[in-house]
Design a protein around this ligand. Sequence first.
Ligand SMILES: Cc1ncc(COP(=O)(O)O)c(C=O)c1O
Length: 386
Amino acid sequence: MLSRQLAQKLRAYETPFYLYDMALLRQTLESVVYESKRYGYHLHYAIKANYDDRLLAVIREYGLGIDCASGNELRKAIEAGFDPQQIVYAGVGKRDKELRYAISQKILAINAESIEELYLIDQLSAEAGCKTDVALRINPDIDPKTNHCIDTGQADSKFGISYEEILEQAEALKALPNINIVGIHLHIGSQIRELHVFENMCNKVNVIVENLESLGFSFRFVDVGGGLGVNYDVPENEPIPNFASLFSIIHNHLKVGDREVHFEFGRAIVAECGELITSVLFNKTTATGRRLVIVDASMTELIRPALYGSYHNIENITSEETLTSKYTIVGTACESTDVFQENVSLKRTKRGDLISLKSAGAYGMSMASRYNLHDLPGAVYSDEIE
Ligand SMILES: Cc1ncc(COP(=O)(O)O)c(C=O)c1O
C-alpha cells in the first residue's frame, strides 16, 4: 500500500487529504483497456466517482469516454477534453437547461429515464432545430446482491423506465420526430461482487432487446452500465478489479449481434488508487469503556460509512508500536453517525499518528461537503511526491 511506503514523507502535507497512487491508476486502466479490446467493448468512466482533474487527464489518455449524471458533470467532461461522441448522460431528473446543453453538445446519447423525459428531449430538440440521439434506460428488475443503498435496477427503484411502460408507449415513442432511439441502457447497481448477477442481467437484456426490436426499434448499442465491485476488505489482495471475468460473462451471455457494447465503470477504475490520509487529534475513552480515536477527517471528507454503513480498511501507517488495541475511529463533524469504523484493530495509536482509510478513490472526494464549514480536502499525487 502506497501510504505505508511513503508514511514519513506524507507528514509534509496538511491533513486530511486524498492520496492518489497514479501508477496503480495507470495499471488499472491498462488492464481494463487490454481486456475490453479482446471483445471490442466501449468504455466510459463514470465521472461521478471522482472528477479530480489529474485523474481525468490520465483516464482520457487511455481513450475512455465519460458517463455523466448532471449538466455540470457533462460540462466538466467536455472541458477536460473528452470527445462528446464518447459521452453518455443519464439521470432521473434532468433539468431543462441541462437537457438543452446536452442537446447542443451532440453527445453520444442522452440516457432517458422516463417517458416524459423522452417527450421533453423531443420538444427541446425541435426548438434547437436538431435531432438528438437517445438511449432508453430500462429498469430490468434485477437484484444485484449488493448494499440496498446502492442498488438501482429493482422494479421499485426510481431509476430507469419500466419495460412494460416502454411496450405500452412503443408506437408513440417511435413516432417522435426529433429523437433517434439508438440504444438501450441499464445500470443495476454498484459494488457488485457476485458476478453471476451480470449473467442474469444479460438474460433479461436479451429478451428486452429482442422484443423491442420485433416492435420496430433498432439499437446500435447496448450500454450495460458499471457496477463492478472492488475488494474493500483486503485491498492489497486485489488492487485491480477482475475486468477479465466480467467481460467474459458478458461475452458468453449477451446476444450482441452487430451492436456495440458499452460499459460505465466508476468505482472499479478509481476506488483502489485513492486513500484518505488523516491525523489523530485525540484519544479518549467513553464512560462505557469504548476507546475513541478522533481523527481530523470526518463524514465531510468521506461520507460513505455514515451514508451507507460502508467499510473501509483502516491502518495506522506511522505507529512504531508492536501492540495493537481495538478502537472506534470517529471524525470531527457534529453528527453522531460520523463514525468511520467501530472496533478496529490498530497498532497502539497516539496523537499525531497518520491513519489511512483505504480504497477511498471512488465516491469519496466527489461526495465531500463543507458541512461545519470544513475546508474541502486536498489531493496529493504519488508522482509529485519527492
Ligand atoms: C448510470 C450509472 N452508470 C455508472 C455508474 C457507475 O457505477 P460504479 O461506480 O459502480 O461502476 C453509476 C453509479 O451510480 C450509474 O448510476
